[in-house]
Design a protein around this ligand. Structure first.
Ligand SMILES: Cc1cc2nc3c(=O)[nH]c(=O)nc-3n(C[C@H](O)[C@H](O)[C@H](O)COP(=O)(O)OP(=O)(O)OC[C@H]3O[C@@H](n4cnc5c(N)ncnc54)[C@H](O)[C@@H]3O)c2cc1C
Length: 465
């Protein structure tokens, strides 16, 4: 190999979501630059804070201690706590039920006999599928190779049919219950693969020690993670810098943004998949095809701050699934603060996912607020006259879900580029996305570019010390 040219940076990271920031944190001893298109970093991690309360309008349930994100939170000295409130509440009509065990739902929901029979039948199928997912996710992968193996198994798991096909015909309101459950993956049940929907359910219904089965949250809001990383990496970050082109020049990479071009030994592209595909020159056809087949579903979320002076019926509940409502889920973000004396006021987050969310997103904030509050006030009428503020957040690219057939593209996605000059990071390598999935992909990208940096240093006589 000929001498590597001197470049402006060792690594340029495109995208300042958690995938980009996590990569930067691991590469902080290198000469790095993070380019973020938006005026803020954090991407789909965003929180709104008002006094003692906060609402996460993006990612909220935080991974376990024994994960890359869990370890990051410890390194950054963040306060992450287990939510004591239930995550399996269900609000059908005006009633919220919250049985101790999720298996009891068919018996406590106000259903007709036929609906109850239909729910038991579908529930048994769901429980069987969840057990199968639990067997795949029976451990936290400890090596990158183990991670890839587990991810392949998850992507391939029941990737041949939709959730709707898996469940079969459902009666009456039971259909809306399972549709709502599917929308936790930001997709309707006729879109999402049954494997992905079951994975999503496993994270809520699985054994309490399964990864993600219990809710943990960052005190102050998930965006505290972003603030902590920003405080440490701020000198390396440029916001308002949308990257237009990433070009591999053989022995270095050029990155064009605004009116500037910078050079680097390696580039980590940590944008959503379709943007990576658009901005990188000469993506190999199989990888291009794989990136094209990554499916995103929309989320429309809303923060709600309240001023009640006494307890609410949902004080002990963190998550409520709300079939048949204008919203799909209601999250009681103040729940984690409810230990000891109950303070007045509170904070809730609600969202709807999938095509319904994409449709309503086009309306004004006022229309969205009115629509969502109709359901919130039907479910928690005690909040009438107690809503002090709402904040609407649109996520056209909410989260990733695998559609049937996605598994065929996984090998090309995993392979990425054949060299370490350009590496991809983001939450889209898994059938269902989240912060931990983004962090895992970042570590893999960091490994790849680090190998490239070492080879370049050896070639130019700078390495080996
Ligand atoms: C409502 C909602 C709820 C969620 N709940 C959870 C949850 O409870 N738990 C969980 O783990 N996950 C959750 N997620 C998912 C989680 O937020 C994402 O998986 C994760 O944050 C994705 O991180 P990322 O860095 O891969 O992508 P992003 O956060 O999308 O970051 C990509 C970044 O790239 C930037 N960018 C794009 N184009 C360019 C360009 N040309 N040049 C430079 N920069 C560019 C974008 O502006 C963005 O900042 C939720 C998401 C939403 C929307």
């Amino acid at each position: 190999m000929s001498n590597s040219p001197v470049t402006d940076y060792d690594v340029v990271i495109v995208g300042g979501g958690i995938a980009g920031l996590f990569s930067a944190w691991r590469l902080r001893d290198r000469k790095i630059l993070i380019l973020e298109a938006d005026e803020r970093v954090g991407g789909r991690i965003k929180s709104v804070r008002r006094g003692d309360y906060w609402v996460n309008v993006g990612a909220h349930v935080f991974p376990h201690t024994d994960t890359h994100m869990g370890q990051l939170a410890i390194e950054l000295g963040l306060d992450v706590r287990q939510v004591k409130g239930s995550v399996t509440g269900m609000g059908l009509g005006a009633r919220i039920v919250d049985p101790a065990r999720v298996e009891m739902l068919p018996f406590v929901l106000p259903l007709t006999l036929r609906e109850r029979a239909s729910m038991i039948k579908a529930g048994l199928k769901l429980a069987l599928g969840v057990r199968q997912v639990n067997r795949i996710e029976d451990h936290q992968p400890q090596t990158p190779a183990d991670e890839v193996k587990q991810r392949h198994r998850l992507v391939e798991f029941r990737n041949d049919q939709t959730f709707e096909e898996y469940l079969g015909p459902l009666r009456g309101r039971v259909e809306s219950i399972f549709d709502c459950i599917a929308r936790r993956a930001a997709a309707d049940s006729y879109e999402v693969s049954s494997g992905t929907a079951l994975l999503c359910c496993a994270h809520v219904m699985g054994p309490k020690d399964a990864p993600g089965a219990t809710a943990r949250v960052v005190i102050g809001g998930t965006e505290e993670v972003v603030h902590a990383l920003h405080a440490r990496l701020g000198d390396h970050i440029r916001v308002g810098a949308p990257v237009e082109r990433v070009t591999d020049q053989g022995d270095h990479v050029e990155v064009r943004f605004l009116d500037e071009t910078v050079t680097a030994q390696s580039v980590i592209v940590a944008t959503p998949a379709h943007i990576a595909r658009d901005i990188i020159d000469d993506v190999p056809p199989p990888l291009d095809e794989a990136l094209r087949h990554v499916t995103h579903g929309a989320f429309l979320s809303m923060a709600i701050f309240t001023s009640e002076s006494g307890p609410l019926p949902i004080d002990d509940v963190y998550a409520v699934t709300t079939p048949g409502h204008e919203i799909d889920f209601l999250f009681n973000h103040a729940q984690v603060t409810r230990e000891g004396e109950r303070k007045s006021g509170g904070s809730l987050m609600c969202y709807r996912g999938g095509p319904r969310a994409a449709e309503l997103m086009a309306e004004s904030d006022e229309v969205i607020e009115r629509t969502f509050l109709r359901s919130v006030l039907e479910l928690v009428p005690q909040l009438r006259g107690k809503i002090t503020e709402t904040v609407v957040q649109r996520w056209p690219l909410g989260t990733i879900y695998a559609a049937p057939g996605r598994a065929a593209f996984q090998p090309a996605l995993e392979r990425g580029f054949d060299h370490g000059r350009i590496a991809l990071a983001g939450d889209y390598f898994d059938p269902l996305s989240g912060m931990e999935q983004a962090a895992r992909s970042s570590l893999r990208a960091v490994l790849r570019v680090s190998e490239n940096l070492r080879s370049a240093e050896v070639a130019s006589g700078r390495g080996g010390q």
